[in-house]
Design a protein around this ligand. Sequence first.
Ligand code: EPU
Length: 419
Amino acid sequence: MEKLVIKGPTPLKGEVTISGAKNAAVAILPATLLIDGVCTIENLPNISDIKISCEILEQLGAKITWNNEHSITIDTTNITTTKAPLDLTSKFRASYYIIGAMLGRKGEIEVGMPGGCKLGARPIDQHIKGFEMLGATVNLEKGTIYAKAKKLKAAPIYMDIVSVGATINVMLASVLAKGTTTIDNAAKEPHIVDVANFLNTMGADIRGAGTDVIKINGVEKLNGGCTYSVVPDQIEAGTFMLAAVATRGDLTLKNCITKHLESITAKIVEVGGNVEDNGDSIRIWCNKRPNNANIKTLPYPGFPTDLQPQMGVVLALANGTSVINESIWESRFQYTEELNKMGAKITAQGKTAFFEGVKKLYGAPVYSSDLRAGAALVIAGTAAEGETEIYNLEHIDRGYENIEEKFRKIGAKIERVKE
Ligand code: EPU
């Protein structure tokens, strides 16, 4: 078993280069199944979710060559099976994108129910509704999803809730469907736009990604042969921005799109931090105890749920009382119990948590319940006095490239230790 050991407090200072976006990359890789040819994907984050995605594609028949740790060339000319490996697909959430892509490519797929972080109920009814509207039949039996379509046909699809996964999945399934599909009440996250940009580069005709209404004009075939670079990770950037505030440090983030960070920038200014926006890089610094603030998580362009735990560390240390209302996931406050072990005063009730700010956190052994909770604990350990040990690193490794290396470069005293 591995753990991270952090000795704090350290104000984080220096430069961080942001990696490619996990939640874009895990959709772009299955999207290559729609292409009968070869393409190169660059700026991939070097994380375990990407490695598992590649293994799934290989088991379906794709040939993958690693050009370096951030770039692969995928040849999807021969897709040899419509049964995705159940053990791998149930390891992470984004395996559900295999369904949309394979319905488009082969009209058939058998795949395990997706896994991923335990954040409460994670239904996929909107994905299924979308596939059915496009003419597919979808059955769920003993943890396996069977989806089939003789021929997909475009349809108008209204999403009952704003869903990142369902928006992307329907987009994937409809790229090759005859006619014009409309997705109303679509999600608008930067990774939706990135997946649409990738597909359009390959010859798809998707319009309106990044707005509430996406129109997909079905095309007969996609082209092979392109090189595409994944968008920078909004959530990794936000994690380091909030780490700068929580540790009263001074960080410059390179390779980020600051437009995607506006909801975070606004909150940082509200709690008394400083922001210098340079377009493709951003500097965040804070030299005093943060002020209190209230947060409500919302779909993009609102404050992202995937930064709620990291913001929770800032508010745990803030001057005054703050409230966070989590509107996306039922169970995203598990990290608050761990912060309380470190001296925080947080009361979580359902989807609301009350933060009575404390002056200091103190090192303690803590457990990461999910990916973003793990990142929050790394920030808390860096800000806290004394030694923090963080367990359950497999969650963090799913979504953060070399987290200890990146934190060490900006001054954190952090080691990965095998027990
Ligand atoms: N929902 C339904 N039915 C559906 C789909 C979603 O009721 O068919 C509900 C969910 O239960 C949730 C809300 O709709 O309450 C939003 O879920 P969404 O579908 O947008 O989430 P997702 O696609 O499963 C992605 C990210 C999550 C991120 C959410 C929200 C990926 C692989 N995952 O999940 O990322 O929290 O969008 O932005 O893109 C993370 O990276 O740590 C992470 C959990």
